[in-house]
Design a protein around this ligand. Structure first.
Ligand SMILES: NC(=O)c1ccc[n+]([C@@H]2O[C@H](COP(=O)([O-])OP(=O)(O)OC[C@H]3O[C@@H](n4cnc5c(N)ncnc54)[C@H](OP(=O)(O)O)[C@@H]3O)[C@@H](O)[C@H]2O)c1
Length: 252
């Protein structure tokens, strides 16, 4: 069973809601034990309950990933749980700004970079040191199709996700000889709190998906299969790649 994650420990950031929550539960369903992180401890405990009902263990470690010290501590505490970390899913991220580039304050640019890029630097460094020394590991960075194409009115977000994709390739090349794989997941439009104002509109957000193949928004559960693939031995020869899960958006 190459998709089987039994015996593996996975740390998922942004596991309290949205895509991260679905990924955490999905990895547990594939057999992994989970370490769950985000800022909202109450929501994380809810997710932990769901995972425990699947017969897996779930440890809740609240952290703000924009805090470099907290990122290092998070990985250290996660390692304290089972002594090893097999899978890291860097999912926490987003952007609260959507608007013209000429109106963007530089502090807003820095905020997006801190959340989407700096956090990965700290978490990949801490987890990468452990994984390269141990000689195994799979890191999955949640990027976005916005990092592959131009993203008008979301320029800082697009640039941050392009940085995630580039970092993913560089680390895959640096760490390959240590059997540590690093890949990116690039979701397209997926219904979560992040973009509720778009899919919650009277047309159900139809205009945003009108030009893609499947012509509908993704559910968070549709991100699970590709993530289990990247986490598991089923993808043992896959590294430095961006798996695009976008209903055909980038095929247009
Ligand atoms: N939804 C989409 O259409 C879409 C498309 C492409 C890529 N993505 C990417 O997918 C990832 C998840 O997005 P989502 O749509 O699921 O967003 P979401 O529903 O807003 O969830 C974001 C998650 O990140 C956590 N988080 C936010 N800021 C954090 C911080 N400073 N420290 C720690 N955790 C933090 C949140 O938990 P707390 O609030 O509890 O901290 C929450 O669990 C993001 O990287 C996003 O860029 C989403």
């Amino acid at each position: 069973m190459t998709f089987d994650l039994t015996g593996k420990t996975a740390l998922v950031t942004g596991a309290s809601r949205g895509i991260g929550r679905a990924l955490a539960v999905g990895l547990a369903a594939a057999g992994a034990d989970l370490v769950l992180s985000a800022r909202d401890e109450a929501l994380l405990k809810e997710v932990a309950g769901e995972i425990e009902s699947l017969g897996r263990t779930a440890t809740v470690l609240p952290a703000d990933v924009t805090d470099a010290t907290a990122c290092g501590q998070l990985v250290e505490d996660a390692l304290g749980v089972s002594g090893h970390l097999d899978v890291l899913v860097n999912n926490a991220g987003g952007s609260s700004y959507m608007g013209p580039f000429t109106d963007l304050r530089f502090s807003g640019w820095e905020k997006v970079m801190r959340l989407n890029v700096d956090s990965l630097v700290h978490l990949c460094q801490a987890a990468g040191r452990h994984m390269t020394a141990r000689g195994s590991g799979s890191i999955i960075n949640v990027a976005s199709v916005a990092g592959l194409t131009g993203t008008p009115f979301l320029a800082p977000y697009g640039a941050s996700k392009a940085a995630v994709i580039s970092l993913t390739k560089s680390l895959a090349l640096e760490w390959g000889e240590h059997n540590v794989r690093v890949n990116a997941l690039c979701p397209g439009w997926t219904k979560t709190d992040l973009n509720k104002t778009l899919w919650g509109a009277p047309d159900g957000g139809a205009t945003w998906v009108a030009n893609q193949g499947l012509k509908r928004w993704a559910t968070v559960d549709e991100m699970v299969g590709p993530t289990v693939f990247l986490a598991s031995d089923a993808s043992s020869y896959v590294t430095g790649q961006s798996i695009v899960v976008d209903g055909g958006q980038t095929a247009a």
